[in-house]
Design a binder for this molecule. Structure first.
Ligand SMILES: Cc1cc2nc3c(=O)[nH]c(=O)nc-3n(C[C@H](O)[C@H](O)[C@H](O)COP(=O)(O)OP(=O)(O)OC[C@H]3O[C@@H](n4cnc5c(N)ncnc54)[C@H](O)[C@@H]3O)c2cc1C
Length: 409
């Protein structure tokens, strides 16, 4: 049921014409709750449906919210809330053969993935948004006035439109386009952990990225002296989820000790000081997904443009998507036209981030010859990157919330 609200004055002194709409949001990761909060700003109601229970997705180490993601959170007054979590990451230091190749300023916040999820859920609920757990989307169909979502438990929900924020294996993506591409496996596994009781030298929060001979390793010294770390063992073959879950913490430990046995650096000490090593997971990306939407359904973030974590943009792109989609829905009355504008406004940027993440990931798995070349050229590349500010397209991007979407009226 839609009610025309007419011209409204919003908190940014803008006048916008809004219809009361109800969105069904599938997925309660990062994109889902943030989209719900952004839609609320745009005067659109929504309900988030999450397949699993609250907090049940404990997998995943920590992620970095880049400055563009933090500024996007600020649009929704969420930046300070999220910045209570984790640690400031002022710079990244690239290290190879025990030597520092380069240090580059990289203002960001590094947060545990589960803490971020919790915080976003709490904040969404505090703002009056409903999140329903244990509701796994099975199918969806158009009704004369909107969309009906059908869940695996036999329940249904109706709204004006449906937003698939249901991650890499998005069901919404295949409902929109049964021939949609599968995510690309990019030959790196992920694992990591939290080490305690070590006192490593180094500035707290700085991302230390070590190009080992056989494996890439990253670590951050938390101000409380914990070491947050991850490793990316290369794997040409795509192990199944079951195979990965079957690798115990002790098997990971043995494998990682072997991978880093000839490297200089604190990796073996960090691994030894970690009680539980994370279950591993694969790395995927989507170079391009042709169909993002139909008349009443659209997909966002990992469902349509997952990037390698090497981009450092996993959650930041989810937040940007959420705000841009809400802006389009606020300014463009026709839903299909809204989704087309959203795709137009986002596609080039997100595909560029995917490419950047892939390139960064490839640098982690060089052979001996490639590694020698990399160690020679990387300092120059990093210097050039700093002097020419060549990543400004990624980090300096800001969404102007009050401004009307171009072509909206
Ligand atoms: C296991 C794992 C570990 C990760 N670790 C890191 C990391 O260390 N660093 C990093 O930068 N990025 C990491 N990422 C990626 C990062 O979390 C995402 O890029 C970011 O959260 C934005 O994704 P999203 O909200 O689109 O998807 P997600 O955060 O994956 O959320 C999707 C949600 O949809 C739910 N869902 C799926 N299918 C359905 C359905 N049919 N019905 C209802 N709900 C459904 C899922 O349960 C999930 O909660 C990880 C991702 C995963 C899956």
């Amino acid at each position: 049921m839609r009610a025309y609200r007419g011209w409204q004055r919003d908190s940014h002194d803008m006048y916008s014409m809004t219809m009361t709409k109800k969105a069904l949001i599938i997925g309660g990761g990062v994109a889902g709750p943030v989209t719900a909060m952004a839609l609320q700003r745009a005067g659109i109601d929504s309900v988030v449906f999450e397949a699993y229970g609250r907090g049940s997705d404990g997998v995943g180490a920590f992620l970095t919210l880049a400055v563009n993601g933090l500024e996007a959170l600020d649009v929704l007054d969420l930046k300070d809330t999220v910045c209570d979590l984790g640690m400031d990451t002022p710079a990244m230091k690239l290290i190879s053969g025990g030597k520092e190749l380069a240090t580059v300023a990289m203002p960001a916040r590094t947060v545990a993935r589960t803490d971020l999820y919790e915080k976003l859920h709490d904040e969404a609920v505090r703002r009056g948004i409903s999140i329903e757990y244990g509701r796994c989307l099975d199918n969806a169909e158009a009704t004369p006035t909107g969309m009906r979502a059908m869940f695996t438990d036999g329940t249904t929900a109706e709204g004006d439109l449906l937003i698939g924020a249901d991650g890499l294996r998005s069901r919404t993506r295949t409902i929109i386009d049964p021939n949609a591409p599968r995510a690309r496996h990019i030959g790196l596994l992920n694992t990591g952990g939290y080490a305690r009781g070590l006192h490593l030298p180094g500035e707290p929060g700085v991302a230390h990225f070590v190009f080992g001979r056989r494996c890439f390793f990253g670590y951050f010294i938390h101000p409380n002296s914990e070491i947050w770390w991850f490793a990316n063992p290369p794997s040409r073959r795509e192990p199944t989820r079951e195979e990965l879950l079957a690798i115990t913490s002790e098997r990971w430990r043995a494998r990682l000790v072997d991978l880093f046995r000839d490297d200089t650096g604190p990796m073996l000490d960090i691994i030894a000081a970690t009680d539980d090593i994370f279950p591993g997971w694969n790395t995927y990306d989507f170079p391009t997904v042709p169909t993002w939407h139909n008349q009443r359904m659209v997909i966002v973030r990992d469902a349509v443009h997952a990037t390698s974590p090497s981009s450092g943009q996993g959650a930041s792109m989810a937040i940007e998507d959420a705000i841009m989609l809400a802006k389009c829905l606020r300014d463009i009355p026709d839903t299909a036209a809204t989704f087309a504008s959203f795709k137009k406004l986002r596609r080039e940027r997100v595909e560029r981030v995917v490419k950047h993440g892939k390139r960064s990931g490839d640098g982690k798995t060089q052979g001996r010859f490639g590694a020698t070349i990399r160690d020679m050229v990387l300092p120059m590349i990093m210097r050039k990157m700093v002097t020419s500010n060549s990543l400004s397209w990624m980090y300096d991007y800001r969404i102007d919330w009050p401004a009307l979407v171009v072509g909206a009226r």
